[in-house]
Design a protein around this ligand. Structure first.
Ligand SMILES: [Fe+2]
Length: 276
C-alpha cells in the first residue's frame, strides 16, 4: 500500500539525492565542449589549430585544488596550440596568493601562447583592490601566462586583445581595439559579457570570448537561471550574435562561488581555429 508516509519518505529521499548531486557531483562534473572558431584572415599556419578556453577557476577556499589540478591535466593532454583564461583566476582569502602559486605552477600552456585576463574576483573584496589583482597577476605570470590588461598580444599573426575587468572599473577597450589591424585576424577576451553592450568596440568584427556568469550555476529545466550576475539577462552561456558582425561565446566556467551546480555543468571549451 502506498501510504502518505511512504510518499513523503520517497520525496525526501529524492530531494536528498538532488541535493547530493547539486553539491557533490555536478560542481566537478566537467564537460569538455568542442566547437569551431571561424576567424577572418586566419593565417594558414593557425588553420586547424586548437585554442582552449579556461574561465572562472576561482582557486580559493571553495573549489577543491584536486579538481582544478585534474582539469589542468585534462587540458594539457589535449596539447592545445593556444590557451586562454578569461578571468577569475581566484576567489580572495588571506592565504590566496600562496594557493595561487601552488596551483598555477601546473597551469596547462599552449604550444604557441597562454594568454589571460583578470576578472572581478581577482580584485579582492568589493572588486576594488588593484594591489590584490597585481599580486595575483605577479603570482601567475612566472608560470608562462601572459596577462593582458587592455593590451594585445600577437600570436603567429592572430591579434589577441585582452580587456581588463568591468566591475573593477578597469575596462578600457578604446585604445587596444582602435589599434587593431582590421586586415588581420583578431580575437577579444573580456571577463564580463555586459562589456559587449558598452561603447568602445570601434569597428571590431569577430569573436569575443567571455566568462563571469558560470551559466548561472543552477538552472531549472526549460527556464533561464534565476541568479545571473549580468545586466543583460540574455547573456547566460553559449553563443550569441551581436551587433556589428561580432559574435560572443560565454563559457560556463570551471569553478564556482558556492559549491552548487544544477543542470549547468562546469566547462572547458576546445575551439578548432578555422578561416571564416
Ligand atoms: Fe567567476
Amino acid at each position: 500500500m502506498l501510504t502518505r508516509r511512504r510518499v513523503l519518505q520517497g520525496a525526501a529521499a529524492a530531494a536528498g539525492l538532488v541535493g547530493l548531486h547539486t553539491w557533490r557531483i555536478e560542481p566537478h562534473w566537467l564537460e569538455v565542449v568542442h566547437r569551431t572558431l571561424p576567424i577572418r584572415n586566419l593565417p594558414g599556419r593557425l588553420r586547424g589549430g586548437s585554442l582552449v578556453q579556461l574561465s572562472d577557476l576561482h582557486v580559493g577556499p571553495r573549489v577543491d585544488d584536486d579538481y582544478i589540478l585534474s582539469t589542468f591535466r585534462r587540458v594539457a593532454a589535449l596539447k592545445p596550440d593556444i590557451v586562454v583564461i578569461t578571468g577569475d583566476f581566484s576567489s580572495y582569502h588571506p592565504a590566496v596568493f600562496d594557493q595561487v602559486s601552488a596551483i598555477y605552477r601546473h597551469v596547462p600552456k599552449g604550444r604557441l601562447a597562454t594568454v589571460a585576463i583578470p576578472g572581478n574576483h581577482d580584485y579582492g573584496p568589493a572588486w576594488n583592490h588593484p594591489e590584490i589583482a597585481q599580486q595575483i597577476v605577479d603570482r601567475i605570470t612566472p608560470f608562462g601566462v601572459t596577462v593582458l590588461r587592455n593590451q594585445t598580444q600577437d600570436v603567429e599573426g592572430l591579434q589577441i586583445v585582452g580587456l581588463d575587468d568591468l566591475w573593477a572599473g578597469r575596462f578600457a577597450p578604446d585604445d587596444p581595439l582602435r589599434a587593431l589591424d582590421s586586415a588581420r585576424a583578431s580575437l577579444v577576451l573580456t571577463h564580463n559579457p555586459d562589456t559587449v553592450d558598452l561603447p568602445g568596440w570601434s569597428n571590431y568584427q569577430g569573436w569575443i570570448l567571455a566568462g563571469h556568469t558560470h551559466g548561472g550555476q543552477c538552472k531549472p529545466p526549460f527556464l533561464p537561471p534565476p541568479l545571473l550576475p549580468v545586466r543583460n539577462r540574455r547573456y547566460t552561456a553559449g553563443e550569441f550574435a551581436l551587433s556589428g558582425e561580432r559574435r560572443l561565446y560565454i563559457s560556463r566556467g570551471v569553478g564556482h562561488l558556492l559549491r552548487v551546480r544544477f543542470n549547468v555543468r562546469p566547462e572547458v571549451t576546445v575551439f578548432e581555429l578555422r578561416p571564416a
